[in-house]
Ligand binder design. Structure first.
Ligand code: PAF
Length: 277
């Protein structure tokens, strides 16, 4: 049935399974925007690079389905790799474009192209009116908004707030790769982002002061035991923050601080929006 002829709105919550409270919050948001909530669970091979954790990524379908029942998800769509990709790698690609060559795209080449194709396929299969994605994967959310615009999908994309543990660590399926002692250290990432946000909030700092703040943060995060992939400040749309030779001009701008850092086997992602001024 065509979307416009349907009486009920459908929401899609795309996931790779191994669900935690963050995913369940996405379902709760989905329920506020639609009559029927579909959760997809699919560990997507095309978004994993060589040597990444595709094989070991935790697959916990039965537990996931039980958790989804507690928050009232209506359908679980858990296709096989063969069903999703008759040919692997697929000769057709959905390229994420320039936005994907920075940040996570730089250390995970091809990752967002894989996200692009699987999300396009899920949209085509499920035909949702609305889809919910977590803001923890800030760059992914920006790329999906771009994809919806450029491929003319008539789907509302909702970015859901990051869900954190009591100590501030952003919830992620990959947090379970942390050892007990690494888990104690992990919240430092969020604390350092909050601190940097506080310092940037007032705006009007010199370029030199900005660079030294970033350098100091990188040092503190590395000293705590992380291997930093990136720590960057971008505009909300992931553009470069405007600056001239002397002034880091962030007056009247919404900016975002983004970090990816390894702690042991876990690559942790986090970000913090800052309204400057
Ligand atoms: O964010 C994720 O879990 C995945 O990247 C997604 C959007 C489900 C695509 O596989």
């Amino acid at each position: 049935m065509d979307k416009q002829d349907r009486q009920q709105r459908i929401a899609l919550v795309p996931t790779m399974g191994n669900l935690h409270q963050g995913h369940l919050e996405l379902v709760k948001i989905a329920k506020q925007h639609a009559d029927i909530v579909v959760v997809s669970i699919f560990v997507n091979p095309t978004q994993f690079g060589v040597g990444e954790d595709f094989d070991s990524y935790p697959r916990t379908l039965d537990e996931d389905v039980a958790k989804l029942a507690t928050v009232g998800a209506d359908y679980v769509f858990a296709p096989s790799v063969d069903a999703m990709y008759p040919v692997l790698p697929p000769p057709t690609t959905v390229l994420a474009g320039a936005i994907s060559s920075q940040l996570c795209g730089q250390s995970r080449p091809g990752h967002f192209d894989g996200v692009g194709i699987v999300v396009s396929k899920l949209f085509n299969i499920v035909q949702p009116d609305v889809a919910i994605f977590g803001q923890k994967d800030y760059q992914q959310l920006a790329i999906i908004k771009q994809l919806v615009r450029d491929l003319s999908y008539s789907i509302e994309i909702i970015g859901a707030p990051i869900i954190r543990a009591d100590d501030g660590l952003a919830l992620s399926s990959r947090n379970q790769y942390l050892t007990e002692s690494e888990r104690q250290v992990a919240p430092i990432l969020h604390r350092e982002l909050q601190d940097l946000a506080k310092q940037l909030k007032g705006g009007g700092i010199s370029q030199q002061a900005f660079e030294s703040l970033l350098k100091d943060k990188r040092t503190r995060i590395s000293d705590a035991g992380f291997t930093i992939d990136y720590l960057e400040v971008k505009t909300e749309a992931l553009g470069s923050v405007v600056s001239d030779s002397t002034t880091f001009n962030i007056e009247n701008k919404n900016i975002v601080i983004l970090v990816a850092a390894w702690l042991g086997r876990a690559r942790l992602l986090d970000n913090q929006l800052v309204v400057v001024g």
